[in-house]
Structures are given as C-alpha cells and as structure tokens.
Design a protein around this ligand. Structure first.
Ligand SMILES: C[S@@+](CC[C@H](N)C(=O)[O-])C[C@H]1O[C@@H](n2cnc3c(N)ncnc32)[C@H](O)[C@@H]1O
Length: 285
C-alpha cells in the first residue's frame, strides 16, 4: 500500500487531534497528575532558566509549554506551535487560568517553522515528533531556529513492549481484524521508539552533545473501564483504528482490552509501566 503524501499526513494529524481536543480537556487533570514528571525532565534537559525565549513543538493542550513558561518567568517567553487549533484553544485557556501572559500559542507545522534563524534559547517537544512525515526536516528546522550553544529536549514514546498501555489496544484490534503490517518508517506513535532513531537525525542536522535515554515511569487508572474510556477519548491513532470496525468487532476489542488491562491490577489501581525516549542535543557554539 502506498504511503500517504506529507500533505495527507499533516491534514490527517490536524483532523485527528482537533477531533480529540475535547477529550484532552476532559482528561487534563489526569495528565497533570500522572505525567508532570516528564515536563520537569524536559525543562531540565533544555536547561531552562529565567529570561530564556523557548519554542515548544506540538504543544497540544500545553505540555510542556506551560511549565516552561513558569521556568523562564516574566523576563522570558514561550511560543507553542501545533497544527490543531482546538488543542491550542485548551492550552490558551489553561495559560489564562494559571496567569501566564508570557506564553503564546500559534497554529503551524513543525516541519516549516515560521521563525527567524537563531531566534530561540531552547526548544522542547513532548510526544509530537514521531507523527511528522519528514522528521529529518524538522530536525534541520530545530537546528536552524536554535541560537548557538542552546539546547533541544524532546520526549517520544519508546518501544511498544515497554508501553503496554498503548500496545495492548493495538494487539487487541489485531486479534479481531487483519491489519496490514506497520511500515516502521511511517509516521506513528512508535516511529522514533528505537535507540538512536531521533538522535541520529539530530546529529545529521548538526547538533552535538546528544543524549538518548529510555526513561521509565508508571501511570495508573482507577479501573480498567476508566483506562478504556480515556484511551477512546484521547488517543487519536487508536480512535482511527476503532472507526474501521463494526459495532460487534468494537465490542470484542473492548472486551479484549479490558481483559489485557486487568493483568496490570496493582492493589486498588491499574498501573502500567511506561517508557519514554528522552533525547537532547545542543547547537554548537
Ligand atoms: C500526542 S499530542 C501531544 C501534545 C502535548 N505536547 C503533550 O505532550 O500533551 C501530539 C500533538 O502533536 C501535534 N502535531 C502533530 N503533527 C504536527 C506537526 N506537523 N506540526 C505541529 N504539530 C503537530 C498534534 O496536533 C498534537 O497536538
């Protein structure tokens, strides 16, 4: 099967994430509670401090842009870029609620950044870069907009075996229908999961001092039903798969997902391990 064109990927991404923006707003507190540690790690890896001008790529509903805005303070500023205006509308509401006038959000594509060269003191990104049709081009754009000596810090999902909360749903769909084998080079959740995947692209773009580490954590839900509901409301790629099924097949997949998730019962909660690839690099002086 022919791969979609870059334009088709971008259009699909915009539609997908706009569609789930309401779900992200609904589950926002859950994300804050469960995944704040990743934002802190990105702020640390990007060496953020007071006064810096930061670019956050694929900010969605504001992660890690809002924490970055707090880290750089009123002398600094953050610009968050994302394709999906409905996701950014949620981020804007949160910035107002948090009293952060130093963060702005802008609709745009990470592969063609509308900024001057050497105009940012740091770039951050969480769970966006693997969805791009041309990631080396985005790496070149990151290298272009960074000032010499400044850092990029990015988080992408690590391998499916270490992320059962994502992979078990795909495995359940595959038990019910025949899916074509996934092209490892196609944009998707695990496109940058292997060690060296994104690091190599950053190196190709001229960044140095590169680190590439699998960072382990956990996230937990009150029940398997709660996990299933969040999956269906926020995970655009899973929603797309489910939309291809009949009602009977969807019920079968749900049953399989709930059964597989119940194996992660730890005490009163469903607790999944998670593994994130943290990649950072610095533009040479
Ligand atoms: C899984 S969400 C992550 C959002 C946020 N960074 C977080 O960690 O919660 C992925 C985001 O990447 C955005 N995205 C995907 N492709 C993009 C592109 N080419 N340019 C800009 N944003 C993109 C989507 O619109 C979506 O909001």
């Amino acid at each position: 099967m022919a791969l979609p064109s870059p334009e088709q990927v971008i259009t699909g991404q915009r539609q997908d994430w706009n569609r789930v923006a309401g779900g992200w707003e609904k589950w926002d507190r859950f994300f804050d509670e469960q995944m704040a540690f990743l934002n802190h790690r990105l702020v640390a890896d990007a060496r953020l401090h007071s006064g810096l001008r930061v670019l956050d790529l694929g900010s969605g509903t504001g992660y890690p842009a809002l924490l970055a805005a707090q880290a750089v303070g009123s002398n600094g500023s953050v610009v968050g870029v994302d394709l999906a205006e409905h996701m950014l509308a949620v981020a804007e509401k949160k910035a107002t609620r948090l009293g952060l006038p130093n963060v702005t959000f802008r609709v745009g594509d990470v592969t063609t950044l509308p900024f001057e060269s050497a105009s940012f003191d740091a770039v951050t990104s969480r769970f966006c870069l693997m969805f791009l049709p041309d990631i080396p081009k985005a790496a070149a754009e990151i290298a272009r907009v960074l000032k010499p000596g400044s850092w990029l810090a990015a988080a992408v999902w690590s391998v499916p075996e270490n992320n059962p909360s994502i992979s078990l749903s795909m495995a359940a769909v595959k038990q019910v229908i025949d899916l074509p084998p996934t092209d490892p080079m196609a944009p998707g959740i695990f496109r940058l999961a292997q060690p060296g995947d994104f690091a190599g692209m950053l190196e190709g773009a001229g960044l140095g001092d590169i680190t590439d580490q699998e960072f382990l954590g956990e996230w937990s839900y009150g029940s398997t039903e709660e996990y299933y509901m969040s999956l269906m409301e926020i995970a655009a790629p899973i929603q797309n798969l489910m939309a291809t099924l009949s009602e009977a097949q969807r019920q079968e997949v749900k049953h399989l997902i709930l059964k597989a998730a119940s194996q992660f019962q730890r005490g009163a909660r469903i607790t999944f391990p998670l593994a994130v690839r943290m990649v950072s690099g610095r533009k040479p002086r």
